[in-house]
Design a protein around this ligand. Structure first.
Ligand SMILES: Cc1ncc(COP(=O)(O)O)c(C=O)c1O
Length: 405
């Protein structure tokens, strides 16, 4: 049988890969600025958990986590044990690391050994952590999750005090926090979020009445942080704000945020189509006049939302150009007629600023009919990450800013 994984040929040796068809630039100085700004807003003593799950919403977990910690984040929150492994084992990050998922009993020893803060919301997990803690002679640190109305993870409020007692009496376990998650922090009507807060407050009071110290109390995500001062409690779990994205919610306190991500590509092809020509699958767009059509070498395989077809815009030479026709897997088309001097290889902005114009993730989310969280998070693995640090002078060893890897 032929082995197709052969070593490099002579022609391949020393060759650089062709540049990336699309890339995101992540400005780590912006992440640090946002974290410092949030910390200042929270005031002394309140914890900021930087939520870096899902590869830091597409920004890159390790680099983002390191920047957030450097700027004063008190801990990191991730979704699952795999994400915790990437930060703790692969990157050697020693900061407090909260796993938001309910955990897996078979991973209990691993969790204890790596000093992970584990969400506790069911008996078998607590029992497994207790056994592992005793065996390893090391405490298992947990945050109790209460389901105050999200209907996803956590104990019903009426069971919380009894479960907290179970935790505190389990040998080797340490209850270090109690938390919940809001279902409607962004909604126009704040009533349901207030109800969840009241339920959470009642649980905390019940714990205190039972002589159980709840540890850190945390409830707010980014929107609630800027909207409901009473919900700041002992700390918040913020994702969007760390990335410089303003939640789409009414009544937010002002905060000087800097968007950390710019998503770029280059024009890969240009052609003039006469009136009456179809553009892309399904012929959902037909040119009404002569049209300078630009082709961009990325599509929904790269996380550009297909639902933004015929709705969104991109920036070319500082001008907004509409996306025309449906977004394909690997290509999307734009009407570049407003930029008659456009050339193949021109830089195009999908998210971010060019000249005096900008496209925010919120705007792209609206075009695509989705939530702002989804926009950076689903950017695909073909899109390279380029890390910049705009607080520092340009490194002469690196190519011009924005040069893809
Ligand atoms: C449990 C939990 N807490 C906090 C957050 C952070 O939310 P945001 O990015 O809106 O701040 C999330 C994100 O989905 C979450 O699932």
């Amino acid at each position: 049988m032929t082995d197709h994984r052969r070593s490099h040929t002579k022609e391949e040796q020393g060759l650089r890969r062709p540049s990336s068809h699309s890339w995101v630039e992540i400005d780590l100085a912006s992440i640090r600025h946002n974290v410092r700004t949030i910390k200042q807003f929270l005031g002394p003593g309140r914890h900021l958990w930087a939520v870096v799950k899902a590869n830091a919403y597409g920004h890159g977990a390790v680099a983002t986590a390191a920047a957030a910690l450097e700027a004063g984040a008190d801990g990191l929150a991730v979704s699952c044990l795999n994400e915790a492994a990437e930060l703790r084992m692969d990157a050697g990050i020693r900061a407090p690391l909260l796993v938001l998922a309910p955990g897996e009993p078979r991973a209990a020893a691993w969790i204890v050994r790596l000093d992970i803060l584990q969400t506790a919301c069911y008996d078998a997990m607590v029992e497994a952590l207790s056994r592992a803690a005793q065996r390893l002679d090391k405490p298992a640190r947990v945050h109790l999750k209460v389901d105050t109305g999200m209907g996803r993870l956590g104990l019903r409020p009426e069971r919380a005090a009894e479960f907290a007692r179970f935790i505190t009496e389990a040998p080797g376990l340490r209850l270090e926090g109690v938390f919940s998650h809001l279902a409607t922090a962004e909604s126009d009507d704040p009533a349901y979020a207030q109800l969840q807060f009241e339920r959470f407050d009642t649980v905390v009071r019940e714990l205190s009445a039972a002589g159980i110290a709840p540890g850190l109390r945390h409830l707010a995500n980014s929107a609630a942080t800027l909207r409901f001062p009473a919900m700041l409690l002992d700390g918040v779990r913020a994702g969007l704000l760390v990335y410089g994205i303003r939640p789409d919610a009414p009544g937010l306190a002002p905060l000087d945020l800097r968007p950390a991500m710019t998503w770029k590509t280059r024009l890969s092809f240009l052609h003039r189509l006469p009136p009456g020509c179809c553009v892309s699958y399904g012929c959902t767009y037909v040119t009404e006049r002569e049209c300078l059509v630009g082709v961009l070498p990325l599509g929904y395989a790269d996380g550009y939302p297909r639902r933004a077809s015929n709705r969104s815009r991109v920036l070319l030479r500082g001008r907004m150009c509409p996306v025309i026709g449906v977004v394909c897997m690997d290509h999307l088309m734009i009407d570049a007629s407003a930029v008659p001097d456009a050339e193949v290889d021109d830089e195009v902005i999908l998210l971010g600023r060019q000249g005096n114009s900008a496209i925010t993730p919120n705007q792209l989310a609206e075009w695509a009919g989705t939530v702002v969280h989804e926009v950076p998070t689903v950017i695909g693995h073909r899109v390279k990450h380029v890390y910049l640090d705009r607080e520092q002078p340009p490194d002469p060893g690196r190519g011009p800013e924005g040069e893809p890897p």
